[in-house]
Design a protein around this ligand. Structure first.
Ligand code: ARG
Length: 474
């Protein structure tokens, strides 16, 4: 906190030694009051949005004749000077002006004089912060969607290169059926595609402009809310002034989308952690995305993946925080809502870093295709193929085929060999009608290639999905 006591009373403020709203106050706020009230340390991040909102508002006031053009032009020129200071880092952020809105307005008055006071005509900090924050969240949604697309492109590039590289497909993290590495990566392309859509959906819903709702009830001035909405890139103005200043569900929705995205990121991160451990040895990361240990020289740790796996905690925490802040708040604005920013900023900072790091890591990784292919055949992963062969070739009911296959697996396990290593005599001892043709379906490559159903793991299907996504992502 800055020391206000030493500051001279300022005409920019409401009254002698008072804050901007101090007209009816005769004493200064307690230091603790200021300490709990002040938000400039974090809402300074809204400065660009605040300037955009002020410019749109000032231009509208001019064209509606609410303020004189000459005053309006002075204000706009002053806002340009304020912007200069903000861009060059010379803007004086001051705790005594509480938040970004009053810091900018106070500075404007210092630069252009009392005419600055006309900017706040037909406006309140309540609709001001609502529009600033909405603009910020809208941009965060746009950035997240773009970063998700970049991540999808990184996954697509690897998937294309390894569309037919075999690896074990798992259920319960037990070997289930062979799949391809490309297919596995494309599963995440689907997830991240839905995540990007969620951000786009949230954006479309939040794209209404609360500016002009003023404190809560609207304005008696002949303002044009459609004009300010349009100037700020909104589809339309919000339709209820109370809702305009009270709504934060746009942030909750964006945080929900962020949480789901972070959940998907954590799953991919976990797989990277597993795959890089020598016990799996499926992929390698370069030195660019690993760190060493200060005591164990052999170590190469996938820290970025681990941190991405962890970030979901912070992001879900933010969603929880804001949900609880908003719960039970009566209409319209309450200061509780000032607590919307820190969790939202923090969540999107974490998400954006995670998305960028994940895209970097995906581009960085190299699969050990030999090791993955060897693992693809382990654990009797072609047992289903044997059962399917019995159904198709011998017209067996699937349940019986499942039983016969189970006996073959049991025999192979007892002998310590793979299914494909059983002799024809072994197979025929279990089911006499089995022929040597069966061996053709017992390789992981044949297994994967056979799964040609739409969305299946057959390389041809995987390539078709890669082509579809390349088209979609343009
Ligand atoms: N700093 C405040 C916030 O973030 C701005 C709105 C304050 N409005 C008010 N009436 N005190 O919510």
């Amino acid at each position: 906190m800055t020391d206000n006591a030493s500051k001279k009373p300022d005409a920019a403020k409401g009254g002698e030694g008072q804050a901007m709203w101090g007209g009816r106050f005769s004493a200064k706020p307690a230091e603790l009051m200021q300490a709990i009230n002040v938000s400039i340390s974090f809402d300074k991040r809204l400065w660009a949005q605040d300037l955009a909102g002020s410019r749109a508002h000032a231009r509208m006031l001019i064209s509606q004749g609410v303020i004189a053009s000459s005053d309006g032009e002075e204000i706009l020129e002053g806002l340009a000077r304020v912007e200069d200071e903000l861009l060059t880092g010379t803007f004086p952020f001051r705790d005594e002006y509480e938040d970004i809105h009053m810091n900018i307005e106070a500075r404007l008055r210092e630069l252009i004089g009392p005419v600055a006071g006309r900017l706040h005509t037909a406006r309140s900090r309540n609709d001001q912060v609502a529009v600033d924050f909405r603009l910020w969240v809208r941009e965060a949604c746009d950035r997240s969607a773009a970063q998700l697309e970049a991540l999808q492109n990184a996954l697509l590039a690897q998937a294309e290169q390894y569309a037919d590289a075999l690896m074990p497909g798992f259920t319960h993290l037990q070997p289930a059926q062979p799949v391809t590495f490309g297919h596995h990566l494309m599963a995440y392309v689907e997830m991240f595609g839905r995540d990007a859509d969620r951000f786009r959906d949230a954006r479309a819903r939040m794209n209404e402009c609360p500016l002009g709702a003023a404190a809560l009830a609207g304005s008696p001035f002949p303002i044009d809310r459609h004009a300010t909405a349009k100037a700020l890139g909104f589809d339309r103005p919000t339709a209820n002034s109370l809702d305009s200043v009270s709504a934060r569900d746009f942030a909750l929705e964006a945080l929900s989308a962020a949480t789901i995205t972070a959940t998907h990121l954590s799953r991919l991160a976990e797989e990277i952690v597993l795959w890089t451990t020598p016990m799996f040895g499926f992929i390698k990361l370069t030195d660019a995305f690993t760190t060493g240990s200060s005591i164990m020289p052999q170590k190469k740790n996938p820290d970025a993946a681990e941190l991405i796996r962890a970030k979901v905690g912070r992001i879900l925490g933010s969603l929880t925080t804001l949900t609880v802040v908003m719960k039970g708040l009566p209409l319209a604005y309450s200061k509780d809502m000032q607590e919307d920013k820190v969790p939202t900023f923090e969540a999107f900072d974490a998400l954006e870093l995670s998305l960028l790091a994940m895209a970097g890591m995906i581009a960085d990784l190299t699969p050990n295709t030999a090791k993955m292919a060897a693992a693809a055949g382990a654990g009797f992963s072609t047992a289903t193929d044997l059962a399917d062969w019995l159904v198709r070739t011998l017209n067996m009911p699937f349940r019986d085929a499942h039983h016969v296959t189970g006996s073959a697996v049991k025999l192979a396990e007892g002998l310590g060999v793979d299914l494909a290593d059983l002799s024809l005599e072994h197979f025929q001892a279990i089911e006499p009608r089995i022929t040597a043709e069966v061996y053709a379906v017992l390789t992981p490559a044949a297994s994967a290639a056979s799964r040609i159903s739409y969305g299946g793991t057959a390389p041809a299907q995987v390539r078709a999905q890669i082509a579809r996504w390349k088209e979609l992502l343009g």
